[in-house]
Write a protein that binds this ligand. Structure first.
Ligand SMILES: NC(=O)c1ccc[n+]([C@@H]2O[C@H](COP(=O)([O-])OP(=O)(O)OC[C@H]3O[C@@H](n4cnc5c(N)ncnc54)[C@H](OP(=O)(O)O)[C@@H]3O)[C@@H](O)[C@H]2O)c1
Length: 209
């Protein structure tokens, strides 16, 4: 099976690519700068392109079963927020016949009905909203866009704080309250890849911790 990874050059995205390859998926990494790709593998196809290029993205998505997005607002290009590209991504998915979207949200930035966040997580959310307002808005817009459509089945992972790159596999997905305030980039990437073959969290955004 083949999956597409967006944000594959990022700190989490690199782990996503690696775990997907380890899980025997063929991977299409659709990225804006191919020279930044550090993973090399016979089952990895790197396609350079812009997220606003509908035709190119649609072509890259052909024969994939899911899109895994580890996109995040880049300090270098804050004007090009990933959530603003999401309508194009969804349109490309629809045209290519891909119905599964798995993304990386934020436990501090995003609230879901029924959440029982610990005080520390709420404080982190206020701090983020003050100092990284653009990134918070980006995550909220991504959720709103996904909730307002019915073309794809989605899952968003909500880690609170990402620390370290060690895979523990001791993380848990929990609907309304994180077990703790951090998880590793490797663990959240592992969760994202697991969702390709798991429908437990369809149209939900669990905390990962
Ligand atoms: N840090 C934390 O504690 C924490 C906690 C919870 C959630 N998160 C979320 O985790 C996500 C990923 O974090 P990270 O550390 O892996 O981020 P990162 O290293 O900055 O990677 C972001 C990725 O998104 C890509 N990207 C951004 N804007 C793009 C655009 N307009 N077009 C194409 N590609 C674009 C970047 O591509 P380039 O390489 O080309 O720039 C890069 O591959 C973020 O969304 C963040 O909000 C982080």
């Amino acid at each position: 099976m083949r999956i597409a990874v967006l944000g594959a050059t990022g700190a989490v995205g690199r782990h996503v690519v690696q775990y997907a390859l380890d899980a025997d998926y063929e991977v299409v990494a659709y990225i804006r700068n191919a020279s930044k790709m550090t993973v090399h593998h016979p089952d990895l196809l790197v396609v350079e392109g812009s997220l606003s290029d509908l035709a190119r993205l649609e072509k890259a998505l052909h024969d994939t079963v899911a899109v895994v997005s580890a996109l995040g607002v880049s300090h270098r290009t804050p004007d090009k927020q990933p959530s603003q590209q999401l309508p194009v991504i969804l349109e490309a998915m629809q045209k290519a016949g891909v119905s599964r979207y798995i993304g990386l949200s934020s436990g501090a930035a995003v609230n879901m009905p029924g959440d029982r966040k610990p005080l520390a997580a709420k404080i982190m959310g206020h701090i983020l909203n003050t100092f990284r307002h653009t990134a918070v808005e980006d995550k909220k817009r991504e959720l709103d866009t996904l909730c307002q459509q019915s073309t794809v089945t989605w899952t968003l992972a909500r880690p609170t704080r990402l620390i370290g790159d060690t895979l523990s596999q001791g993380y848990r997905a929990t609907a309304h309250r994180p077990r703790r305030l951090w998880t590793s980039r490797a663990d959240v990437a592992h969760f994202l890849v697991q969702q390709v073959s798991d429908n437990q969290w369809d149209n939900q955004a669990p905390f990962i911790s």
